[in-house]
Every structure is written in structure tokens, then in C-alpha cells.
Write a protein that binds this ligand. Structure first.
Ligand SMILES: Nc1ncnc2c1ncn2[C@@H]1O[C@H](COP(=O)(O)OP(=O)(O)O)[C@@H](O)[C@H]1O
Ligand SMILES: [Mg+2]
Length: 245
């Protein structure tokens, strides 16, 4: 069953075409990875789904309903939650309180402080941050702040979770932990779209990969097909792999 569909989606900022004719589908329960060079339009695409920026052309449908004109808070209530590429904890709130914000504003829509605490504690358990619940998030290392982003999104009770580079900057061990967590979320029935540059991670967790380049979808397929795709190697993987060698 298709949970999210983008048809001929376009986004321009003034004369700058950031996305052109993007067609994209996610089935319920899938993990779809989005890869592509910096500036390809990946985050913008996520901003269109979460309705943080206006859609210039095309249609986005979520669970059969056109969401082009929805507001971000309506999108959250419908069951779409996201993380941000640049982690943004609310200063002055503890880790637990940061996650409680998600519990109040998402599909979970907590009706009391007690309910929000219980939802937030569960989300912190899932990502392994329960032991730092009373800390100021600004003192946490990057890996934990990334997990906090995931926990806040989870506390919203999403059916569709959008992850924007949650694995960037993590150590090998932290990466393995994050991958295991994301797979666990899929097993709970959450559908996931993940933007990622860490190839080992995104190829390891995704059922399907979509490649964006200069605002266009240039390839789509199973991870093992994408790594062999000549257009993808030329536009993205080649230069990156070459740099590593
Ligand atoms: N608010 C904005 N105003 C103008 N240009 C923007 C804005 N947001 C993104 N862009 C441009 O859109 C392009 C795609 O950006 P982005 O979606 O962040 O790429 P990615 O996440 O793939 O690295 C870039 O050229 C960026 O400069
Ligand atoms: Mg980005």
C-alpha cells in the first residue's frame, strides 16, 4: 500500500529550480533512502513533505489525501514526523522535556503532562537516552543529540518518519547502533524516508534507494542495483569513492 506519493513535484526559489518533476512513492512499512550530492534538493524535498516550504508544482499525497495546502502542525497530527539535519534541541529544557514537546504536538497528541512524560520516556528508552533524561541537551555529544532528534520525532507517534542525515558524524560503533535502532522502528511498523551520505549505513538499512542530482531523480532501485548504476557512479558515488581511495 502506498502511504506517500509525490507526482511531478517541483520547487523553485525565485528563478532557482531546486526540484524538477520528482516522482516518488513510499509503501507502508518500507525504508526508502534518498542519496545524492550536496545541493541536490534532498532536504528541500523533505521540507515539502513536512510542509515547511511551499510546493511550486505537482502533488503530494499522504494516505490518499492531497497535502499540498496543509500546515506543518496538521502534517504532524496526520502522522508525519521529521528530524532536522542541523540538530536543534530546545535550550533551557531537559532532554526529557525536549522529547515531551513531540508528545504534545504529534499524532500522539498527549492530553496531560503525565501522558507526555510516559510517551517521552518510552521514546528515550528506544533510542537509549533514558539515563541522560534530566541533562541539558546542549552538553550532550553529537551522537546523543542526533538520537534526541529521533526520540522527539518518535514521541510524536509517527506512521511516516523522515530522517535527515541522522548518521552524519557518528563513529563506526554509533553508526551500527543507529542502524539497529532504525531497523527496530521499521519492525514496529513505522515507514521511514532517510536522507544519508554514509553509504554503508543507507545501503544497509534501505529497501529502496532514490538518487537525486541537480533537483532531478536520476535513479531508483534496490541498493545492490544503485551501487552498479553508471549514472549514479558518475554523479555521486564515483567522486566520493575515489576520494576515499
Ligand atoms: N530557502 C532557500 N532559499 C533559496 N535557496 C534555497 C533555500 N533552501 C535551499 N536552497 C537551495 O536549494 C538547493 C538544494 O538544497 P538542499 O535541499 O538543502 O540540498 P541537499 O539537502 O540535497 O544538500 C541548494 O542549491 C540550496 O542552496
Ligand atoms: Mg540536506
Amino acid at each position: 500500500m502506498v502511504i506517500l506519493e509525490a507526482k511531478n513535484v517541483a520547487k523553485s526559489y525565485g528563478g532557482l529550480k531546486v526540484l524538477t518533476d520528482v516522482n516518488f512513492e513510499v509503501n507502508k512499512g518500507e525504508i526508502v533512502g534518498i542519496i545524492g550530492p550536496n545541493g541536490a534538493g534532498k532536504t528541500t524535498f523533505m521540507n515539502l513533505i513536512s510542509r515547511l516550504t511551499s510546493i511550486t508544482g505537482g502533488i503530494i499525497t499522504y494516505k490518499g489525501e492531497i497535502i499540498n495546502d496543509k500546515k506543518p502542525h496538521e502534517i504532524a497530527r496526520m502522522g508525519i514526523a521529521r528530524t532536522f539535519q542541523v540538530v536543534k534541541p530546545f535550550g533551557g529544557l531537559t532532554v526529557l522535556e525536549n522529547v515531551m514537546v513531540g508528545a504534545f504536538y504529534g499524532k500522539n497528541n498527549a492530553k496531560s503532562k503525565k501522558e507526555a512524560i510516559s510517551i517521552a520516556e518510552e521514546a528515550l528508552q528506544i533510542v537509549g537516552l533514558i539515563d541522560v533524561r534530566d541533562k541539558d541537551p546542549r552538553v550532550l555529544p553529537l551522537a546523543k543529540r542526533k538520537k534526541l532528534e529521533v526520540a522527539r520525532a518518535l514521541a510524536m507517534g509517527p506512521e511516516l518518519l523522515l530522517l535527515d542525515e541522522v548518521m552524519a558524524g557518528l563513529s563506526v560503533k554509533e553508526l551500527d547502533e543507529m542502524m539497529t535502532e532504525i531497523i527496530k522502528l521499521k519492525q514496529k511498523g513505522i515507514t521511514i524516508i532517510a536522507i544519508e551520505h554514509v553509504m554503508k549505513a543507507i545501503m544497509g538499512i534501505s529497501d529502496r534507494i532514490v538518487v537525486l542530482h541537480l533537483g532531478k531523480k536520476i535513479a531508483e532501485g534496490k541498493p545492490e542495483e544503485i551501487v552498479k548504476n553508471q549514472d549514479v557512479i558518475e554523479a555521486y558515488l564515483g567522486s566520493k569513492y575515489a576520494k576515499k581511495e
